[in-house]
Design a protein around this ligand. Sequence first.
Ligand code: ADP
Length: 427
Amino acid sequence: MKNNGHDYWGVERWRLILIVMAGLLLGWMTGFWQTCIILSLTSYIIWLLYKLNQLHNWLEKGGKAQDIPDNDGIWERITYHIQSTKKKSNVRKQRMSNLLKRFQGIITSLPYATVVLNANNEIDWANKASMELLGIQLRIDRGQRLENLLRIPKIQKLLAMNEQKEIEVSMLYDKQTKLAIQLIPIQKNLKLLIARDISERVSLQEMRKNFIANASHELRTPLTVIAGYLEIMQADEGLPENLKAAVLAASGQSARMQSIIEDLLTLSRLENSELDANKIDTINMAKLIQTITNNETSIDKYPHIIKLDLDENLSIKGIESELASVCTNLIHNAIRYTPENTEIIISWNKNKEGNAVFSVEDKGSGIAEEHLSRLTERFYRVDKGRSQDTGGTGLGLAIVQHIVNRHKGRLEIKSEIGKGSIFSVVF
Ligand code: ADP
């Protein structure tokens, strides 16, 4: 074999030839041919073993460059190969370790608590923020199951489910501390748990919710008094003619304000309370929808062609008053926002996936695409003037969305300009 102009095997061949020739010469001189050949070959084997031993000892001592045994021939080449492979692997190791250090540095300095878990939810690694937010001390807690350290049922459930999800929890040591905890399964034996402190955001939200609830509550009583007086004035036959229109308008506006306040209070109540398991019943939705439709059509000033398609045997579990509010809002909107004599199809059926679906389809003027995603925002109206004319508060769909979320359903809105809209609640 020739490498860099060197014939390493050639050197070895020559070495063997010389030894055999030395044996032959000795045999010719002494006449003991066989013994001399065996002797010369044995000494070659011993020399090979010595070289192997040298190589072995060098490798045992760590194969350092300064300790390379003095070699020639193929032995020089072998040591050279071992050396260069080692060098390459050292460079690779260094690169990997640098990369690891950089990643560790990044994760360590993240403001989010990051915990690396194995398949049994045992802690493999955790960053500095995990100590502050979750109380995990890597030195002591490495190898411990996270469920045993964080005895919070919601976290234990999240870990047991083992799927990518985010939850919000209050910490046991301090109820004011609210954390958003996200589990990210990466591989079979590797998952990340990330925790963020959201106390400030939650407390601001609480403040906003409380403010709206308190303000609405405080406005309720004075408004009832004003509405009462306006009613008395309206009924008073001695009311001067020139004031009648003004009193009527004021009465209409106070009624609208009362509706807004009632809707705001409903929204606050929905936001501030969890679904009460004691109030959950099996609801005969077909009957409920039928009753609501009858009520709504009886007060419909501009009649519509109402078609009902209800599965009498399909019932769901939920809170009747809340589901009634969903149906009322959607049917009421379909009637309010579509011209008279157009068709409205109200249905309650199972879809292809087997989910119960309540839907209200109208043949009105439809809603432009850009509004669809914002319809459930508070006070969002497509046509402000029209909504106010029809007595809308702008809160109906926000209430619907809240109730649907509480019932673990989803609200789907499809609409096409000129053709109409379909509002569906999938349970
Ligand atoms: P509002 O009390 O104003 O009706 P909602 O939250 O119920 O408030 O509805 C928000 C807006 O969505 C309405 O102002 C209206 O512009 C639009 N909208 C709702 N339902 C329909 C519908 N069936 N057809 C057309 N527009 C609708």
